[in-house]
Design a binder for this molecule. Structure first.
Ligand SMILES: Cc1cc2nc3c(=O)[nH]c(=O)nc-3n(C[C@H](O)[C@H](O)[C@H](O)COP(=O)(O)OP(=O)(O)OC[C@H]3O[C@@H](n4cnc5c(N)ncnc54)[C@H](O)[C@@H]3O)c2cc1C
Length: 566
């Protein structure tokens, strides 16, 4: 078939074994070896927070096939004919000789192995803040099985009461939930003004509010200045503003950096984000060497720019491509990513795909239009749960650039739909009549996804003048002359309200109460309700009665990120 006889894979978690397995299927005659530094293989790192938090108790489930067989060296040999050496660190690559040198971490012995093709899948390393005290006992990351065992033991022993999680990205937020469920009192610290930076501020704030409702403290715009300890043990975290938080456990989750030392030492090209530079075949600057997973950087398919996207699904997809190409000839490609991600946050999910409004502006998109839709994922009689979606599109072409969705509803399906729409370069007009599966247990008659596109279409055609919660807050804070109208029922108003100077005029009573509205028909009027459907209907009544500056607060109270009066 071809003259590739020996394929060596460095790294044995996600991308590495996927590359090895695919290579073995494509080229059954090749001799394939995985060299893995960690003691385990094929760890489901994405499952770590759920094992720590007690969602399941069998540690082996993190390492097992769907039928429960632990993926150890014996499994790889028997099931796939692949030799896997664990506790084995590759320390050098000799590109001239096409040979790698590795060290047995238990015996200390070194040896070497030659290759026809090499796949690097060395993953990422956690970023550690450069502050005093990081070596104290009680400080950990959530990156390895060792970390997982440490944290799970703490959760099981229940001796520690206070923990600080440093970093509000996906892993920090997941760590926060895991430790909270184990009964620890948690404070999450984030340097940026918001958690989950792939979301726009107001969407992230909805997630933050939900986390806070679970007795978890969140401090934003503050970082760790020092870890404090006594007798080598952590006793507290000193923040940059001088505040000291007492704690016995600190989980550092401030991001990861590509693990590229081996590639760098071998003279392979490194990209602008510090990841190994690869082309669409996952081939590095050396044609005999491929790379995949958290150690590489990718192209963002919307912005066209290079990005670092350390995601488990991408590691597997890239590994598959690298494995196939390494085993035969370059025949399959990985075109890039739109950085689709999702995370569980207690009873909420938070997901995003493509560009946020903030990242679209940074990427140079100047003419943007956005829409916020708050509505349930299913009918109320099927226990529908709320979703809040923000869509970002190019104003002229209507091309969807990104979407974010948070809430207790089925966020995953929404984000998957937006992801395919973005990758298919679809416009708003392509989505407004999308033919999706419908039955009450699964969605509303017109799915939340399509309704979000309808709102965007209405905005683009000038049929609805939206205003974001952020703009409304600014108008309130600066004392602008606006008439704010809550269009819900008195009972709903009594139970929950914003308290921003609004007047309650239920939509059903509006036609009889037009005299309560500003006489000047140019006065700006902002209508809203719980999700702004009734706000929209009220705005139409007002427009028909001559008010010409009527706007609807998008997403209504459900998308209001600021504190409410009630
Ligand atoms: C707690 C947590 C939760 C996550 N949740 C999600 C999620 O929900 N969704 C998602 O998409 N992604 C998630 N991720 C990210 C995902 O796990 C990673 O993107 C994925 O594991 C990357 O796979 P990889 O094979 O490239 O690298 P890694 O999983 O980092 O594996 C690299 C392996 O290479 C080995 N290695 C390194 N250097 C050498 C060397 N010199 N010699 C030999 N071996 C070496 C290491 O021992 C390591 O086992 C999560 C990650 C963590 C830590």
């Amino acid at each position: 078939m071809n003259d590739i006889k020996r394929i060596v894979v460095v790294g044995g978690s996600a991308a590495g074994p996927k590359a090895a397995a695919k290579a073995g299927r494509i080229n059954p005659n090749a001799e394939i070896t995985i060299l893995q530094k960690d003691p385990e293989l094929s760890m489901a790192s994405c499952g770590y927070p759920y094992y720590v938090g007690g969602f399941f108790d069998d540690r082996n489930a993190l390492l097992a096939t769907p039928t429960g067989v632990v993926r150890n060296p014996q499994y790889y040999l028997n099931a796939k004919g692949i030799e896997a050496k664990v506790n084995t660190e590759v320390v050098a690559i000799d590109r001239e000789k096409r040979e790698v040198t590795y060290k047995d971490l238990q015996s200390g012995a070194t040896d070497s192995i030659s290759y026809d093709k090499l796949v690097l899948a060395t993953g990422a390393k956690p970023r550690i803040p450069q502050v005093p005290g990081t070596d104290l006992d009680g400080i950990t990351t959530l990156q390895s099985m060792k970390d997982v065992d440490y944290l799970r033991a703490i959760c099981d022993e229940k001796k520690i009461c206070n923990a600080v999680v440093i970093g509000g990205g996906l892993i920090g937020v997941e760590a926060c939930e895991a430790l909270n469920l184990a009964g620890l009192e948690i404070t999450l610290i984030e340097l940026l003004p918001q958690l989950l930076p792939s979301l726009d501020w107001e969407m992230a704030k909805l997630v933050e509010n939900h986390i806070k409702s679970k007795s978890t403290h969140i401090i934003t715009e503050n970082g760790v200045a020092e870890f404090l300890g006594e007798n080598g043990k952590l006793t507290g975290v000193k923040l940059q503003n001088g505040v000291v938080l007492d704690c016995q456990l600190a989980v550092i989750a401030v991001g990861v950096v590509p693990n590229v030392k081996l590639a760098e030492d071998a003279g392979l090209e490194i990209g602008e984000w510090g990841g190994i530079a690869v082309d669409e075949y996952m081939q590095t600057s050396d044609p005999s060497i491929y790379a995949a997973g958290d150690c590489v950087e990718s192209i963002h398919l919307v912005s066209g720019k290079k990005v670092y996207a350390p995601f488990g699904d991408l590691a597997n997809l890239q590994g598959r491509v690298a494995g196939e190409n390494a085993a035969s000839e370059n025949s399959v490609t990985f075109p890039g990513t739109i950085q689709t991600g999702i995370c569980k946050v207690f009873d909420f999910s938070a997901g995003s795909t493509g560009l946020s409004e903030t990242s679209a502006k940074k990427a140079g998109f100047t003419d943007l239009i956005t829409a916020v839709n708050a509505s349930p994922d299913k009918p109320a009689f099927m226990k529908g749960k709320l979703l809040v979606t923000k869509v970002v599109a190019d104003k002229n072409s209507g091309r969807i650039l990104g979407a974010q969705c948070v809430g207790p509803g089925d966020v995953g399906r929404q984000i998957a739909q937006w992801s395919m729409a973005i990758q298919g370069k679809m416009t708003v007009e392509d989505i407004v009549n999308a033919d999706l599966p419908y039955a009450p247990p699964y969605s509303l008659t017109i799915d939340h996804f399509i309704v979000s596109a309808h709102i965007l279409q209405n905005k683009m055609k000038g049929r609805i003048a939206g205003v974001s919660a952020l703009e409304v807050k600014e108008k309130v804070d600066t004392g602008e002359n606006v008439f704010i109208m809550d269009c819900r029922s008195p009972e709903e108003f009594e139970a929950m309200r914003l308290g921003i100077g609004e007047t309650l005029i239920p939509v059903g009573a509006l036609r009889k109460r037009l005299a309560d509205l500003p006489e000047d028909k140019d006065t700006e009027i902002i209508c809203y309700c719980k999700i702004s459907m009734r706000g929209y209907e009220s705005s139409l009544v007002l427009k028909n009665n001559g008010w010409n500056n009527v706007r609807v607060m998008e997403g209504g109270i459900m998308a209001w990120p600021f504190p409410r009066e009630k």
